[in-house]
Ligand binder design. Structure first.
Ligand code: ZN
Length: 318
C-alpha cells in the first residue's frame, strides 16, 4: 500500500541527483485538498459577496465524494483543509472524510486572507473555524492552511497565534513570486518559524528551474500545464532535493458542471475554468505515479528531522 512505506525505504542522502531513484525508494509526499466551494475562491472574492454564499449552488459535497472515491482507488490518504463555513453546513461529509482514513484540518473560517486581517481578527477566524470543524468531524484539528497561502512577511504574528492556539503545523507559505500570493524569501522546505515552539511550517512545493523557483505544488499550475511538468517537478524534489513534495487542489477543480461567473475578470475566468474536465484523470495519474499521505504524519516526521538536524549544533554551542 503506497502510503505505508516504512521509514527505512526512504532514499539515502548519498543518492546522486543524476541517478534515477529506484521505484522502491519512493518518498511519501503530502496530499491535500482545500475544501471550499466554487464561489469561495480568491479569484472571485471581488465579484461574489460573502452574504450571497448561502443562496448559491452548493457543490462541495458531491465533489469531495468523487475525490474520496479517487483516493480510495489509489489507496492514498490525504489532508482536507476545510473552511469553517463549509464544516458548519456539511457535518456528515466531514465525518465521512475521517471515517475513510483522512485528516481534517482548518482552512480558516470564510477564506479571508491572513494579511488582510489584524492579529485579533486572525485569532478569532482560526478559533471559530476550528470549533466548527471539530464539532462537525468529532476529531481534533492539528493543521492549518491559510487561504491563498496568505502568511508572508506582512504577518509575523500569524505563526505566534497558531502556536498559541496549539496547532502542530501550518502549510500556509508559497515560497515563490506570484501575482496573488507568495513569500519568495521563505525556505522551500519544512522549517520551524519560531524555534522555541513545536509548530512546523510546511511550504507548498516549488521546483528549481534554471536557478529560479517555480510554483509546482498543484492548484492552477497542475490543471493548466501539461501533466509532464508536474511529474518532472515532483521527481526533481524527491530525487534531487530528496524531500517530500506538498501537493494541493480544490474540489471545484474536478467539476466542469459548476456555474460560470461571467462578471469575473477574464484572467480569473481563464485560470478558473481551464481543463476542469481533465483534472480528475490527471489526479488519477498523479496518485499512481507517486506515493502520497496525510499532512499530519508528514509534519511529525519533518519536525523530528528538523530537531535531529538542530541537535548537534546546539551541543556545540552549549
Ligand atoms: Zn482556499
Amino acid at each position: 500500500m503506497k502510503a505505508r512505506l516504512p521509514e527505512s525505504s526512504l532514499p539515502m542522502k548519498a543518492l546522486s541527483p543524476l541517478q534515477p531513484a529506484p521505484d522502491t525508494c519512493r518518498i511519501i509526499n503530502g496530499l491535500s485538498v482545500d475544501v471550499e466551494d466554487w464561489f469561495q475562491v480568491g479569484a472571485f472574492e471581488d465579484v461574489i459577496e460573502r452574504d450571497d454564499w448561502g443562496g448559491l449552488d452548493d457543490r462541495v459535497e458531491r465533489n469531495v465524494r468523487e475525490i474520496l472515491d479517487l483516493f480510495d482507488e489509489a489507496q492514498a490518504s490525504a489532508t482536507f483543509f476545510t473552511l469553517g463555513w463549509v464544516a458548519r453546513r456539511h457535518g456528515p461529509l466531514l465525518r465521512e472524510i475521517v471515517d475513510r482514513g483522512h485528516e481534517i484540518a482548518s482552512h480558516g473560517w470564510d477564506h479571508a486572507r491572513v494579511h488582510r486581517l489584524t492579529r485579533e481578527q486572525f485569532a478569532e477566524d482560526i478559533r471559530k473555524a476550528r470549533m466548527a470543524i471539530e464539532d462537525a468531524s468529532g476529531v481534533v484539528v492539528k493543521g492549518y492552511r491559510a487561504p491563498s497561502f496568505s502568511i508572508d512577511h506582512r504577518t509575523p504574528w500569524a505563526f505566534m497565534e497558531l502556536a498559541e492556539q496549539g496547532y502542530a503545523y501550518s502549510s500556509s507559505v508559497a515560497p515563490v513570486t506570484h501575482d496573488h500570493y507568495g513569500w519568495p524569501d521563505a525556505p522551500r522546505f519544512a522549517f520551524k518559524p519560531l524555534p522555541w515552539e513545536e509548530l512546523v511550517e510546511i511550504p507548498v512545493t516549488t521546483a528549481l528551474f534554471a536557478g529560479r523557483r517555480m510554483a509546482a505544488g498543484g492548484g492552477g499550475f497542475f490543471r493548466v500545464l501539461p501533466y509532464a511538468f508536474s511529474r518532472w517537478a515532483i521527481r526533481q524534489v524527491n530525487r534531487v532535493d530528496q524531500r517530500p513534495a506538498i501537493f494541493y487542489f480544490h474540489p471545484w477543480e474536478i467539476d466542469p458542471g459548476q456555474p460560470r461567473v461571467a462578471t469575473a475578470p477574464l484572467k480569473s475566468r481563464l485560470r478558473h475554468y481551464t481543463n476542469l474536465d481533465r483534472m480528475a484523470d490527471k489526479l488519477r495519474q498523479l496518485v499512481r505515479d507517486f506515493a502520497f499521505g496525510r499532512m499530519d504524519v508528514l509534519a511529525h516526521r519533518e519536525k523530528l528531522r528538523i530537531e535531529a538536524e538542530e541537535a548537534p549544533a546546539l551541543a556545540v554551542t552549549a
